[in-house]
Write a new protein. Structure first.
Length: 646
């Protein structure tokens, strides 16, 4: 259907998808004096329309004095049964085309393609004018006043600022949320910005902000081992002859509360990306996707995974590893692995993680940097005594910072139990990578790990010497080793006894990552973060280790479901930790490394020969009000059992 010069509507055929309370969403192209433009409708209701002058896309081009905004109209429009395509758009030297694909009755994928006739600096606004009444929401809450956020490039190197992890903008209208979702900032060169203007009923979602070039750096006191500097500005760059594509999504869903809105946004993104076997998978794998970033601060590779937007653009080995497991993509896995450099390896359990990660990348056909692999291997062997890994000081003046999960001081000859589990797996990895690791070396490490069990207390101590402290991060090294190599490290009875003790002493909100033998907080600890907080992946791995060692699968699932309900009680997101005093989330939401649970549970079940649907995920769906319909996840809030108390 070409440009006839007459005002007409293109109405996309409504697809036969199930829908509960409203008609199918669709893109509608209309023609005016300026050209073709797009509206988003739900039945006959106009939901989103052009943000400026009726144009559904704004392109800002850099000039010597700043930037000039170009509303983009199109000269041609075509339709098929499942999509609308408009083309012939112009913005200075840029040629623009848009495709709207109706993925389902309630989800539209929008792809903007930009071609350059000359080298250009620019950014696009994918926002909309909102055509329905109702309150505006970001992922974290209602937006009553004008607000601007960055899901992409905040962190200590930028001096903080208003942060959002999920690039979501929504309007709640009559128990239906209409939402706009931006792509992962990793696909937008970390330039991701969003704004709410409730008075003028506008959403803005941009892949740049036009800010000037400046040097950014992570402050020296934020990282103990290295300095990070880079040049950054608020513009995308495209060269003559180059083509770039940008993706966003529009969706609708039943919703009655902020929790519903957050969960609906998760399900929409998961349906778009194929992370939709369950609500659990949706939340965890979305987290991986949303925390993908371009690696602008280091030259090693293209992509990294970050822990949370407030941590900035740098790669923790542990977080990068588990993030990558959640995304489950060999290309990003290899790239994120390559982003690790030696100054990120030589403390805590990072070298061990790096070696295990190297095996997985190599198995998938990726290229690994053997120089860094060799340094990691020699580092762990240089700090090994009789099979025990004795981590060196990270900071010369303190004996703290030796494990991932607490800041306790450890004697210079002490071996933390959490590191030791990974040390066993790292030796297996090194052997597979061709290093001279004998079976005797692995057995010594195993025996060292077992020496950390306190038989009088019936628990794994936090370290070889601090036997009065129980460590709930002591077992996750064995779970990872089993997932990757299929080998256990501890006797069945040792693990079962630890779990039996844990059931007697854990808090009402989960296991304290470190506590006294009776479960009480250590002196001066607050019950959050590394000071006795409950970290989901630790708790989950304690239960998974019980499954590995033969404990009843139904009982394990019952306990995991209980812990999942505690984690998701306030919002459908996994947190850095939750308080073991009052259950409230602490630290970042949509926190990185929890994504590893999706992969760990899958691999453990596979190793154990547990086939068929995951009943744990199904039980959680029931509590969340998530139903499966025609290979999609759909929210039915009235069915939900898990919601915050009002």
């Amino acid at each position: 259907m070409g440009n006839s010069g007459l005002p007409v509507f293109i109405v996309v055929t409504t697809l036969a998808f199930s829908c509960d309370t409203h008609a199918a969403m669709r893109a509608v192209a209309t023609q005016s004096v300026g050209g073709w433009r797009i509206e988003i409708r739900d039945g006959e209701r106009m939901v989103f329309s052009g943000i400026q002058d009726g144009a559904s896309l704004l392109a800002t081009l850099a000039t010597a004095s700043g930037g000039v905004v170009h509303p983009v109209f199109f000269q041609d429009a075509r339709e098929t049964e499942e999509m609308v395509r408009v083309s012939g758009g112009k913005a200075g030297p840029l040629e623009v085309e848009e495709t709207y694909r109706m993925s389902s009755a309630n989800l539209i994928e929008r792809t903007v393609t930009v071609r350059a006739l000359a080298d250009t600096r620019y950014f696009l606004d994918f926002g909309w004018k909102v055509g329905v009444a109702g309150d505006f929401y970001s992922f974290t809450g209602q937006e009553k006043n004008p607000a601007h956020y960055s899901p992409g490039c905040s962190g200590p190197e930028f001096g903080g600022g208003a942060l959002q992890t999920f690039p979501f903008l929504g309007c709640l209208h009559a128990d239906t949320v209409y939402g706009l979702i931006g792509d992962t900032p990793g696909h937008w060169e970390n330039r991701s910005f969003m704004g709410f203007d409730p008075e003028n009923r506008r959403f803005t979602l941009t892949n740049g902000d036009g800010s000037p070039r400046r040097v950014i750096a992570i402050p020296r006191d934020v990282d103990a081992t290295s300095v990070y500097r880079a040049v950054f500005d608020g513009w995308q760059r495209i060269e003559a002859g180059e083509t770039q594509t940008w993706t966003t999504w529009m969706f609708s869903s039943p919703a009655k509360s902020l929790y519903d809105i957050q969960l609906a946004a998760h399900l929409a993104l998961a349906n778009a990306k194929g992370f939709n076997q369950s609500g659990l998978e949706a939340i965890l794998r979305n987290t991986s996707y949303l925390l993908l970033r371009r690696n602008l601060l280091r030259p090693e590779s293209d992509y990294i995974f970050i822990s949370g937007v407030g941590y900035g653009w740098k790669q923790w080995v542990t977080d990068g590893f588990y993030m990558s497991r959640g995304l489950n993509d060999p290309e990003y896995d290899a790239s994120a692995h390559a982003a690790v450099f030696y100054e990120r390896i030589h403390y805590e359990d990072n070298a061990q993680y790096y070696l295990i990660w190297s095996v997985l990348v190599k198995r998938a056909g990726g290229d690994i940097d053997m120089r860094t692999v060799q340094r990691a291997y020699h580092f762990i062997r240089q700090h090994e005594v009789d099979g025990l890994f004795i981590p060196p000081r990270l900071k010369p003046d303190t004996t703290s910072f030796k494990t991932y999960h607490d800041l306790l001081p450890y004697d210079d000859d002490d071996a933390p139990s959490s590191n030791q589990g990974f040390h066993c797996g790292a030796l297996m990895a090194a052997r597979e990578l061709g290093f001279p690791v004998a079976q005797e070396d692995i057995e010594k490490a195993r025996q060292g790990y077992r020496r950390m069990f306190n038989p009088d207390g019936g628990y794994m101590a936090t370290s070889l010497k601090q036997r009065e402290h129980i460590g709930q991060d002591a077992l996750y090294g064995e779970v990872l080793t089993y997932a990757v190599f299929g080998e256990t490290l501890l006797p069945d009875e040792m693990v079962k006894t630890h779990i039996e003790t844990t059931m007697r002493i854990q808090s009402p909100y989960g296991m304290r990552v470190i506590s006294k033998a009776n479960g009480d907080l250590l002196e001066g600890h607050s019950g959050v973060y590394v000071f006795g907080g409950s970290w989901f992946l630790n708790d989950a791995c304690v239960y998974l280790d019980g499954l590995i060692h033969g404990m009843d699968a139904d009982w394990i699932d019952e306990k995991l479901l209980w812990r999942l309900e505690k984690e998701l009680a306030f919002m459908p997101a996994f947190h850095e930790s939750i308080s073991t005093v009052d259950g409230h989330p602490h630290g970042h939401h949509l926190y990185s490394w929890n994504s590893g649970f999706w992969w760990l549970r899958r691999e453990v079940r596979k190793r154990l020969g547990m086939e068929g649907p995951d009943l744990l995920a199904a039980a959680l769906d029931d509590r969340l009000g998530v139903v499966h319909r025609e290979n999609l996840l759909v929210l039915e809030p009235d069915r939900a059992l898990l919601r915050p108390e009002k």
